[in-house]
Design a protein around this ligand. Structure first.
Ligand SMILES: Cc1ncc(COP(=O)(O)O)c(C=O)c1O
Length: 311
């Protein structure tokens, strides 16, 4: 039976009991970093596979460092907490795990030093975030991506997601599924919760991290799978107008998986359907994350065959 659970203040507790005071620094000033981690359910094997946990924990720690947040647990302990959390929560469906490292002290005044820290995890069921089967429509946002020396995009800072939220809401209220943000130079940066890849003349092109992009784990996965399928990829700045003439475009993200983009600013991408490379790549990606491709099994941490729950 599913039992919504959180790891909070050093213990596993019912999710509804994981509560922070309204005076918490992270709530007052957005001083927290988060991760999104997927567990993908395979009904045939009766297993939940947590995807690329090692990489998510590594990025979590790096990002905490940027915000001067101390995570008082080793990588091995964090790994065990995530697996235990998934076992205790006991969802037999696709899930989303949210680690947060945050300034936990009740104190007034924006700063990063001399404020105590904590971390927590919770897990919720999560199916499709974007319609990865049908594909999505996108609009270039009137909101620009925050710059690395404003709030670093690579750091997945909670407060930074106001920028993403402004763009997403603008896109959706204008009738699109997702926003594409440009950086201060006018180059393509990323979606509100996804990296972007365009395909021209058979080559996959994605913006470099210095264009204020989150260094996406799904992106790296997709590019690895693409390479194994024989496609070349390059990291370089992308002009807005390349979105209108690309043969194919897709987005990648933990929540969004690999999702085809069918149009940008109502201009059809290619013939307005998911393109052949995107479709091939998407199929291989879904097989990889659900444990169907042995060559990618090292990316998966099985939950129910994994370590026993700690007392
Ligand atoms: C702004 C942004 N870009 C890209 C991504 C994709 O990164 P990843 O594939 O590591 O989840 C995310 C979300 O996770 C995101 O929030």
């Amino acid at each position: 039976m599913p039992t919504p659970t959180a790891y909070f203040q050093g213990n596993f507790v019912p999710l509804e009991d994981a509560k922070i005071p309204v005076t918490t620094h992270a709530f007052l000033y957005g001083t927290a970093v988060f991760e999104g981690v997927r567990g993908n359910w395979n009904a045939d094997t009766g297993e939940l596979y947590i995807f690329r946990l090692e990489e998510h924990i590594k990025r979590f720690r790096q990002n905490a460092k940027i915000l001067r947040i101390e995570i008082s647990a080793t990588d091995e302990e964090l790994t065990r907490i995530v697996i235990d959390l998934a076992r205790r929560s006991d969802y037999r469906e696709d899930v989303y795990i949210r680690p947060i490292a945050y300034k936990s002290q009740s104190v007034i005044g924006p700063r990063l030093h001399n404020v105590t820290d904590d971390f927590l995890f919770f897990e919720i069921p999560l199916g499709n975030y974007l319609d990865s089967d049908a594909g999505i429509t996108c609009a270039v946002s009137s909101w620009r991506r925050v710059d690395d020396n404003m709030i670093p995009a690579r750091a997945k800072v909670n407060g930074l997601y106001v920028n993403n939220s402004l763009a997403k809401t603008e896109a959706q209220l204008n009738g699109f599924d997702e926003a594409i943000l440009l950086n201060q130079d006018g180059h393509v940066s990323e979606g509100s919760g996804e990296n972007i890849v365009i395909i021209r003349r058979g080559q996959l092109i994605t913006p470099p991290p210095a264009d204020n992009v989150l260094e996406g784990i799904t992106l790296e996965t997709a590019l690895t799978v693409a390479k194994d399928l024989g496609y070349e990829s390059v990291s370089r700045s992308i002009d807005r107008t390349e979105l209108y003439i690309a043969d194919e475009i897709f987005m990648t993200g933990t929540a969004a998986h690999v999702t085809p983009v069918l149009s940008v600013d109502r201009v059809p991408v290619g013939d307005g359907k998911a393109g052949p490379i995107t479709t091939q790549l998407q199929r291989a990606y879904f097989d990889a994350i659900t444990g169907k491709l042995p060559q990618y099994r090292q990316w998966l941490s099985p939950v129910f065959a994994g370590a026993p729950v700690q007392a």
